[in-house]
Design a protein around this ligand. Structure first.
Ligand code: ARG
Length: 456
């Protein structure tokens, strides 16, 4: 062990097992090497180690990176974590110079640095993936800007919207998810390196230099805070939980749209599975799993909040439990985004069927009421009441609102003219929703084009 000086005996088996994080923190090997390269370059520049030592450290770390990349690195649980595994291997390869690398550094600032770098890399990858989903949605929205579908509230037919409008609703949500990631990235982008164990260090380190070399905006300003906070990881998980919730809602809609009674869309063999007993089945498993992955992501957020609450400053070993939830949530989020992007590009909407259902369920009742207000100047509440009676009448006769005769309508409200039939169609209904942000096809086409341009 690397801290062996004052220890006569090794740890018990269970001590070693509970203490080790190498099983999962090896995921941070690139970040650990990046941090060590920056640290060594800075130590050499300040004359704390020699240029020769730095060259040795650099080539040693590069060789280790190649070993890990090739799957040839001898990870040791006895060495606890990725930091000590790499450092021990470095010393094995280059001798004394390897032992100088840890000058002015503690694993506490090292792990905080590595983890920030890891989360930052994850943010960049996820941001690109979210943009890809948005692009896929905007492209399909542009194609279906004018195709009506039923809009729902309470999952009851409410008013017709266009399929493009519905898809663009998710583009807006995902844009905010990206905004949350960008906020998180901005706040996390400070370098803890040089905070050492908790108090800072007596070596005259150049923290600005290491921060710059690692792409951080600046060094952190308080060593206690730097080694012991994990709010950057919590913000990441909070952003993940919100985004996973969005993806889960969309996944649920895919499940509903694919169901036999709806049949609004069809997923190809590429995104469905069959049943081992029911030959007719085509199950939207990918959508169901996206819906379910949300549970892991929410769990990760609650797990880390619970680990951190009540921890006194500064570092405590509890904080080693920060990584697995973050790794797991990042994986689940990335996979969900890939699956959603795939399904958006894969799905075949049945626009005729959507159009048919857009007009059922008296979906244009609001249009009728609005006409009574606009043309006959009825107060809205009165118009609502008259329309309700007409709906009841149509329902009793088993027809749509447009299936009522003019005479039947006039029996409820004598002022009604044949013009009314012009607003009862689904097309007229969506075309009339021209308020900014509304579902009128011209609006939707414009919004889709705006997103397509913004996303490139
Ligand atoms: N494996 C540890 C972690 O992930 C590294 C930091 C250990 N620091 C310490 N003082 N024991 O948190």
């Amino acid at each position: 062990m690397q801290w062996g000086g004052r220890f006569a005996a090794g740890p018990s088996v269970v001590m070693q097992e509970i203490n080790a994080s190498i099983g999962f923190d090896r995921k941070m090997w690139r970040q650990d090497i990046r941090g060590s390269l920056a640290h060594a370059a800075m130590l050499a520049k300040l004359g704390i180690i020699t240029a020769q030592d730095e060259t040795g450290i650099r080539s040693g770390l590069e060789a280790i990176a190649a070993e890990i990349d090739a799957g040839r690195f001898p990870f040791e649980e006895t060495l606890e974590d990725i930091h000590m595994n790499i450092e021990a291997r470095l010393t094995e390869r280059i001798g004394e110079a390897g032992k100088r690398l840890h000058t002015g550094r503690s694993r506490n600032d090292q792990v905080a640095t590595d983890f920030r770098l890891w989360v930052r890399d994850a943010i960049d990858g996820l941001d690109a993936q979210i943009a890809d989903v948005m692009r896929a949605l905007a492209d399909r929205a542009a194609d279906h800007a004018a195709d009506p579908m039923p809009g729902f509230t309470h999952l009851q037919t409410a008013q017709p919207v266009t399929f493009g409008h519905h898809l663009l609703a998710y583009v807006e949500m995902l844009a905010r998810d990206r905004g949350r990631l960008a906020d998180c990235r901005r706040r996390l982008n400070e370098s803890p390196l040089g905070s050492a164990a908790l108090a800072g260090t007596s070596f005259p380190l150049d923290r600005d230099m290491t921060a710059r070399l690692m792409g951080f905006d600046r060094p952190t300003a308080n060593s206690l805070d730097a080694v012991s906070d994990r709010d950057f990881a919590l913000e990441f998980l909070a952003a993940a939980a919100i985004s996973a919730m969005h993806l889960s809602r969309f996944a649920e809609e895919i499940v509903i749209w694919c169901s036999a009674p709806f049949r609004f869309i069809r997923l190809s063999d590429a995104f469905t599975t069959g049943s081992s007993i029911m030959p007719q089945k085509r199950n939207p498993d990918a959508a169901e799993l996206v819906r379910a992955k949300t549970g892991r992501v929410n769990g990760a957020l609650v797990a880390l909040l619970t680990v951190m609450k009540g921890l006194p400053l500064a570092y405590a070993k509890d904080m080693q439990e920060d990584k697995e939830p973050v790794f797991d949530a990042a994986d689940a989020w990335a996979l969900s985004l890939a699956a959603i992007a795939g399904m958006v590009r894969d799905m075949t909407p049945d626009t005729a069927r959507m159009r048919e259902f857009a007009g059922s369920g008296f979906a244009t009742a609001t249009d009728l009421a609005d006409w009574l207000v606009r043309v006959l100047r009825l107060p809205f509440r009165t118009a609502h009441h008259v329309t309700g009676r007409l709906v009841a009448k149509a329902e009793a006769r088993g027809v749509d609102l447009a299936g009522l005769t003019l005479a039947e309508m006039q029996a409820e409200e004598p002022g009604i003219t044949a013009d009314i039939f012009g607003v009862l169609t689904v097309e007229a209904s969506v075309a009339s929703r021209t308020s900014y942000g509304g579902t009128a096809p011209a609006n939707v086409a414009q919004q889709a084009a705006r997103w397509q341009a913004a996303l490139g």
